[in-house]
Design a protein around this ligand. Structure first.
Ligand code: F6P
Length: 356
């Protein structure tokens, strides 16, 4: 049995834990097994950069963040474009797969990476995927590995801000990762006790935010904490076409939405505002126990799919069980926050403003 394995896209905390699950289970299932690890995601598959992974490579990595294989972003949009030397990337990936006489390729990836995985299935390769991303925005699975570890770090950031915000009577904006989907911001905002949560799915009104801050101030809470997703968007901007919005973002004089909002809130309320961006710390460090368990389960179930020849699938968590879902059904589909969901309603009843 000859298996290829790669990690693609932004890293997250339990990539190694997942590979360990796959590797250990496969070595227990097969006497005659070779695993090839492709370096830096699909780049390794395209350019034939790989090394053999032994049983021992999967030991001692359960709690180590990052990825022992390295990763990179290989945009799906450009996957059919030739590289700078005229190389057909899709053909090159198929060539590497065939040259190594692989029986299956195991891909650990998020949205874009799974689109490429699905394309490889359509091109005739045997592929099994594991859902990775701190954003938890993949369709077809209740949870992705990495999400809870990142939420933990974002929550700690909000926790740390709380005391300093209260001491200085300031408004603090904590910017949390997630360009398209606000699940991380919603969870970290709730867990960290944010007063205002702004996510891409619920466009905000500046007035509503400022009113909430003033209302808190007048009631004696001299500070406010706003959890803002990277992709949070004002109501006015949400009315723009994709093209107009892109143009506006290119010309924006602020590094991100948080800084623009900070300026606007200060101008409107006169209260000092500070911005904290935990950034890539959210993807760093050791995975939390939840992710270690989920990653291990995903890894082992992926190995079982390999053993059963159940190719073309992604392992997924649905109602507490790890199941398989066809890649063709989920590739390219985003899971977003439903503004009318129970969790958003609960947050609102608690007094959290979403700026809407
Ligand atoms: O997809 C995961 C993610 O961490 C997003 O939450 C974030 O917007 C993006 O990746 C950052 O990407 P990069 O690491 O390429 O800057």
């Amino acid at each position: 049995m000859r298996i290829g394995m790669l990690t693609s896209g932004g890293d997250c905390q339990s990539l190694n834990a997942t590979m360990r699950g796959v590797g250990k289970a496969l070595f227990n299932l097969y006497d005659n097994l070779e695993i090839f690890g492709f370096e830096d995601g699909y780049q390794g598959l395209i350019y034939s950069e790989y090394h053999k992974l032994e049983r021992s490579d999967f030991s001692g990595i359960l709690n180590i963040g990052g990825t022992i294989l390295g990763t990179s972003r290989t945009p799906f949009k450009q996957i059919r474009d030739k590289d700078e030397n005229g190389l057909d990337k899709v053909e090159a990936m198929k060539h590497t797969y065939r040259q190594l006489r692989l029986d299956c390729l195991v891909v650990l990836g998020g949205n874009g990476s799974l689109k490429t995985a699905n394309l490889l299935v359509q091109e005739g390769l045997n592929v099994i995927a594991c859902p990775k991303t701190i954003d938890n925005d993949l369709w077809g699975t209740d949870m992705t590995f990495g999400f809870h570890s990142a939420v933990n770090i974002a929550t700690e950031a909000i926790d740390c801000i709380h005391t300093t915000a209260a001491s200085h009577k300031r408004v603090f904006i904590v910017e949390i990762m997630g360009h398209k989907v606000g699940l991380m911001t919603l969870y970290a905002g709730l867990a960290g006790g944010a007063d205002i949560i702004l996510i891409p799915e619920i466009p905000y009104h500046l007035d509503v935010i400022c009113n909430k801050i003033s209302e808190r101030y007048n009631r004696g809470s001299k500070f406010s904490i706003i959890a803002v997703a990277e992709g949070a968007i004002s109501y006015e901007d949400s009315l723009l076409s994709k093209k107009e919005y892109k143009k506006k973002m290119t010309n924006r004089n602020y590094p991100s939405v948080s800084y623009e909002l900070a300026d606007q809130v200060f101008k409107k309320t006169g209260i000092e505002v500070r911005v904290t961006v935990p950034g890539h710390t959210q993807r760093g460090g050791a995975p939390v126990p939840y992710d270690r368990v989920l990653a291990t389960r995903f890894g082992v179930e992926a190995a079982k799919l390999v053993k059963n020849g159940d190719y073309g699938n992604m392992v997924a968590l649905v109602n507490g069980n790890v199941i398989k879902v066809p890649l063709k059904e989920i590739a390219g589909k985003l899971k977003t926050v439903d503004p009318k969901s129970q969790i958003v309603n609960e947050a609102k009843l608690l007094g959290i403003s979403f700026g809407d």
